[in-house]
Design a protein around this ligand. Structure first.
Ligand code: Z5A
Length: 211
């Protein structure tokens, strides 16, 4: 299969949207239909250096609080490492890659949530150029419900501790971008898991490259 370009599939959503179980489902489906193991990534993170940046982004430091611009730059530095050293090599080797978040998270959280759309658009263009996922499944959930689910799972990290308006703005940006990009599918993640999974499978079944 060397020389064949693999596909890059990404799962996106606010906290508690149910990305973890969606990832297992999508991974099983694609591996079964391509007969090949996928490369799975998470962002920020996914390489040794990018994981160090992830820790900086997620940890609360009251003596030297991370400013919004530094948060954004760290996330893009981590993404640049991941794309260069993991995602592109795998795709060039014909492997499919499954991402737990990618650039759409930055457009939504840093762009919409933090109000840094101009900065995000510039860094995104500079670091990624025209590189983008072949397919994105955006699991859409109201922040209140998502945060309730996330809180029942574990302690909230630095970003999860933001006020609800931050997540409302991030969600609005997710939906706005999804409406303009036909490679992004919106899944209603407020449904029960069986219904959510049914909707995800319908999207995958419609992908010509999986048939
Ligand atoms: N971030 C950013 O700001 N900018 C960026 O560019 C990127 C990221 C890439 C990464 O955190 C943080 O970085 C994230 C955004 C920011 N922070 N915030 N806030 P992470 O990787 O640690 O976490 P995450 O990606 O936000 O979440 P997660 O744990 O990977 O997944 P999840 O979708 O939030 O949740 P889940 O574990 O799949 O489900 C949560 C619970 O709900 C769990 O107990 C499930 O059993 C339950 N669940 C799931 N689905 C259902 C349904 N349908 N019904 C009922 N209960 C359900």
């Amino acid at each position: 299969m060397s020389g064949v370009q693999g596909k890059f599939v990404v799962i996106e959503g606010l906290e508690g949207a149910g990305k973890s179980s969606a990832i297992s489902l999508v991974r099983d489906y694609i591996e079964k239909h391509t007969n090949r193991e996928m490369v799975c990534t998470r962002e920020p993170g996914g390489t040794p250096l990018a994981e160090k940046m992830r820790d900086l982004v997620k940890t609360v430091d009251t003596t030297d609080p991370l400013c919004d611009e530094a948060e954004c730059l760290l996330i893009y530095a981590a993404r640049a490492q991941l794309v260069a050293n993991v995602i592109k090599p795998a795709l060039n080797n014909g492997q499919c890659v499954l991402g737990d978040r990618h650039n759409l998270s930055s457009l939504a959280y840093q762009g919409g949530g933090r109000g840094l759309n101009d900065l995000v658009n510039v860094i995104s263009d500079v670091t990624l150029k025209d590189f983008k996922p072949d397919l994105t499944l955006y699991l859409d959930i109201a922040p209140k419900l998502g945060l309730q689910r996330a809180a029942s799972r574990s302690a909230l990290d630095r970003i999860e501790q933001q006020k609800i308006d931050f997540f409302e703005r991030a969600r609005a940006r997710y939906l706005q971008i999804a409406a303009e990009d036909d490679s992004i599918y919106v899944i209603d993640a407020s449904q029960n898991i069986t219904e959510v999974h049914k909707d995800i499978i319908s999207v995958l079944q419609a992908m010509p490259w999986l048939n």
